[in-house]
Design a protein around this ligand. Sequence first.
Ligand code: FES
Ligand code: FES
Length: 892
Amino acid sequence: MGKRLKKINLTINGQAKQVVADDKMVLLDLLREHLQLTGAKQSCDRKGQCGACTVIVNKKAVLSCLTKVQKLEGATVISVEGLGTPDNPHLIQEAFALAGAIQCGFCTPGMIMASKALLDVNLNPTVDEIKYALRRNICRCTGYAKIIEAVQLAARFLRKELTPDEIRPKPTDAKMGISHVRPSALLKACGTARFAADIAMPGALEIAVVRSPHFHAEIKNIDFTEAEKMPGFVGSLTAADIKGTNRLKYIVGDRPVICEDRVRTLGDAVAVVVAKNRDQALAAVDAVKVEYELLPEIRSTDAALAPDAVQIHPDRPNLCFAQPMIKGDAAKGFAHAESIVEECFSTQFNHQAPMEPENSVAYMEGKGEDATLVVMGRGINIHLHMSMLQEALGFENIRYEEPFSGGQFGIKLEIFTEGIAAAAALKFNQPVRYTPSIAESMLITSKRHPFDMKIKMGADAKGKLTALEMDITVDNGAYNSIGNVIINRALHMLSSSYYIPNINVSSKLIYSNNPWGSAARGAGPPQAHYALECAMDLLAKKLDMDPLAFRKLNSLEPGLTKATGHPVDQWPFPELCDAIKPNYDRAVADAASHDNKTTVKRGVGLGAAAFGIGFPGDKSISAVELEADDGVTVYAAAADPGEGNDSMLTQLAAQVLELPLDKVRAVTRTTAKTAAAGPASGSRVTLMIGGATVAALEQLKKAMDEVGSKTFEAFKAADVPTRYVGNRATVETAPLDPETGQGPSSESDVHAVQLAEVEVNTETGDVRVVKMTTAVDAGTVINPNNLTGQLEGGMDMGVGYALREEFIAGETKDWRTFKFPTMKTAFDMETVIRETPRTRGTLGATGVGEMAMVSTAPAVINAIKDACGVLITDLPATPEKVLAALKSADKA
Ligand code: FES
Ligand code: FES
């Protein structure tokens, strides 16, 4: 039966429109596809789970993905574009930018529209009313605190108590330590920032991919006969069409763009269909018939190491990497211990959960020999990604561009859809777009590695740590990616904040047919710190010591050595313990005064971490140029998927050159104008890319001093170069010794103590986080809003990791099954900031992006134990696990 068409008259952003809509068309499609109003986003496959598509219809916030156009006769619709523009923003858009509520910005238009609908009827909302109004809008970056503050700030603007001009830092104000608005904030607030799915590409072909329904199988045959008969079918691709190595190689070339003869995990790419539109591509892909011969599924590290286990990759054993760590003499250390604790801990597969699906676009620019393949995705290491694609596809002339990116949290260290899009653009010589669903995006992306850890730790009668033993087994899943690096990072930071004289660790990385692991915020240390920080609490309890005092007592200090045997120089951890002590004492007192006779018990827990940044051998390059308008541009391949790297670079430039901020800009998102600077990951951007930028800026500053002018004209008249290149390399370059795990360590460390306050319902096992406090010393603060935004978002992510989130292949398919954090799960947060300028920092600053989540999970788990007496040793601490632990301890 044909689709029922209907003519609809409505008003959109003040303009009368007439559309002929079929009975399936939703408002989101009308806005995005027909009117090119791409401010409204989609993140949840239109399941009503994300709120990114929120617009206002007849004065009410609605989810445009669920609103049928045929029901909108006579309606008045306002999308985010109808509020304001970056040059003339609405007060709510200004408030979001000024409050620091915009990180990646993918959720922002929806948040702003939901806020507008609230503030239109209530100019004085309570926090609960704000939470209710925004209950359908999710955000991965911010932890919601700054979003609530933004709505409160917007309400003050609208009540005329305050104007944006009164609080907006001026371009001429101090550059360091001031929350200047990010360069991209208003673009995101006004819906004009273009993410990959927003890029207009008329006539682009659409891609759909046949993905393996099996964890391990041989591909016997692929039959496109029926698919070829489907409407709109343009062509197909298999591995045979890929001209290069067909491998997206990081450390090991084991991950194919399209599988050749074997699939190694659920969702592996088997074949590709290209069609005229997305619906046609999806329909055609369903008609492709693939014959598989099943192979044994290896779903655990034990199974992978069994003597008769099938080898998952023909050229590498299932045990693909091992690294011991031996410092001092652990046996002697334990012999001197007064108290020893031993425990086993395990962590889950987890998804990094950026809100934007893995969209990418590719097209050929130019013709013949000089044609360039342009690939647009949201990679955070664009030069490496370009060279991965060159090698995999056997095509040299590639440019990688990064549109705005809806978050990443480590996931975009790898590329997922770009290889297929690029291969299709090459084969068909036409623009192509690959817009997978969020379910497909979740299935095909790398995950946080699960760790199994046995830990043994001892301390003497005075409470000083004497020895640590650990056995770490990591399930790497089907592909290596940076598995070796994950283990090395965990070992580099193994002793965390503490001096541990004797250490004996074994670690193993093992292939399986599970989802493959790669970078995820923190990447290794969050898992290892869970075991270490819970063991610290167990040991403090055994010694009858206060957990905060015990941590401070065992702090490293200048001259003492980390787990790698490397001596530290600056170590402001004891001061951080002092800084959080008033909060800790208050939390302990609050818990003591809580009525623990009810079934809701209250507890307090701590977790500390020292997070290393700038590992041996790291280097970056950046350039700065004085331009014809006397402005300065920083050219650096520093992706900014939400952390605030753009504003870090521009604030540094304005500071060094003593220029107003509106004279400085950054070009960061294309391989054409930048040099390889390493990944925007590992919290390294401020230290390494910022450091390289400062090195370039200092040369330009020197030239300005010599010329006696900051103008382009004066430079030209004096025949002095206007462009300068800066380098930053770590002092240390050697890797860990493969036999002992000893060697140099990170260039810089950021320090944190997390304080969790929780309530545990002993009848249901539910855990409610009442408040998280983080005390952090990240050196000199460049932009306070960016710093606290990272800390708050990190705490929220850490609590999700501790209590709810888990990726189960085949089951976790959307934000609800993933248990994405919402306004409902949001909790109070406080940050305590200390600034110890780092001697090797960038103008005293170091990174902070991952820090706050590293020790959140152990803080929460220690608080649960404090509340109800049970230690959860297997993340996440779901109500079922807490209840089972209470029952087995007879405490339910
Ligand atoms: S796209 Fe509408 S709620 Fe997610
Ligand atoms: S700012 Fe909300 S998802 Fe990134």
